[in-house]
Ligand binder design. Structure first.
Ligand SMILES: NC(=O)c1ccc[n+]([C@@H]2O[C@H](COP(=O)([O-])OP(=O)(O)OC[C@H]3O[C@@H](n4cnc5c(N)ncnc54)[C@H](OP(=O)(O)O)[C@@H]3O)[C@@H](O)[C@H]2O)c1
Length: 310
């Protein structure tokens, strides 16, 4: 293959008809990619490939879809990346927790969070798992001057992204934390792990149907589920995970970024709440992953511009 053509990519990739890179692939091109169940709509493809282009790096970032319901597929994919000399990968839904036992080493932060979103493969083939979601999320809140100390928070979801968000917020000494997840055992597990690492952090688990009950004023509400994402259908047909009106003192963050303004964010804006899209976190976590793989300073401005054009 001499170059990547638009027709070589699965249809529906970020940017739709536009190719995510027009660079020539050489025999020396270094390869990273995105491991996930459905990576067709991920903007990471555009983000990282634009970053490589802007720094003149002979690197490429590829979509690496893996069958989510076949437990062997992820292990085979990880072995394949090592065998083919990949430099690393991002990991997305639903594999951020499942990939951990397949790796040789986990950074202390990812170990504590219990989720890996970035893998680096050393020259010896050693696979190291890290987490850039947590710092990426908090950096975006800081960039948007959202004060966290003492602020009550509601976390919707208890998967890989929710874990990163919860640990990041607890580290920043947020106020009482409410976690609501469709599967309550998963939320209970996260609560227990937070209690081990942050004994003074108040964490309550609430059943999913009661997620909006008894909210403290001024809450930060973070959607860490895929509800609202393009192509995701819920059994009830709901396209927002938040069942009631918002209030103007609330700050609402939706990690889903496809579409950019999700039904939840549109409702938050209409009700006068502060609404932040998932793009800020996407850029921040990507910049950290980029630096970890390449040992280069990430071109953050170009990465953000690439997303705004996508
Ligand atoms: N903006 C960013 O940079 C960024 C970064 C990371 C993730 N994300 C987004 O965050 C979302 C979650 O990613 P993840 O890696 O945490 O996935 P994950 O580990 O698979 O977790 C998914 C979570 O969503 C819940 N969920 C799934 N379908 C649901 C439904 N129909 N109703 C209610 N809850 C539902 C799951 O509940 P159960 O436990 O009951 O299955 C679980 O808590 C994805 O949309 C992803 O794209 C964005």
């Amino acid at each position: 293959m001499d170059s990547l053509s638009p027709s070589g990519w699965p249809c529906g990739c970020a940017g739709e008809e536009r190719p995510v890179t027009d660079r020539i692939i050489t025999g020396h091109t270094r390869i990273v990619g995105l491991l996930g169940g459905d990576v067709r709509f991920s903007l990471s493809l555009r983000l990282h490939n634009e970053a490589f282009t802007s720094l003149g790096l002979d690197w490429v970032y590829l979509p690496l879809p893996v069958k989510p319901h076949d437990p062997r597929s992820l292990a085979e994919a990880v072995r394949g990346m090592r065998a083919m000399g990949f430099v690393g990968a991002n990991v997305t839904m639903p594999f951020k927790e499942a990939i951990i036992p397949l790796l040789d080493e986990i950074t202390p932060a990812a170990q504590r969070i219990g989720a890996v979103n970035t893998v680096r493969i050393g020259k010896s083939g050693r696979l190291i798992g890290g987490n850039t979601d947590s710092v990426g999320f908090i950096s975006d809140l800081s960039a948007n001057e959202v004060s966290l100390t003492g602020r009550p928070v509601v976390i919707l979801g208890a998967g890989g992204a929710a874990r990163a968000v919860a640990f990041g917020l607890a580290e920043r000494r947020c106020g009482p934390m409410l976690i609501a997840n469709r599967t309550s055992q998963r939320a209970d597990r996260l609560q227990a792990e937070l209690a081990t690492h942050f004994p003074s952090q108040k964490v309550t688990v609430t059943p999913w149907p009661l997620r909006a009950d008894n909210l403290a004023p001024g809450a930060l509400i973070v959607n860490c589920t895929p509800v609202g994402m393009r192509g995701v259908r819920t059994p009830t047909g709901a396209d927002s995970p938040w069942p009631i009106r918002f209030t103007p003192d609330q700050v609402v963050v939706d990690l889903v970024y496809s579409p950019l303004v999700t039904p939840m964010l549109a409702a938050a804006r209409a009700d006068g709440a502060r609404a932040l899209t998932g793009l800020g976190m996407l850029v921040q976590q990507a910049a950290l992953s980029f630096a970890w793989w390449t040992d280069e300073a990430p071109p953050v401005r170009q990465m953000r511009a690439a997303l705004e054009e996508a």
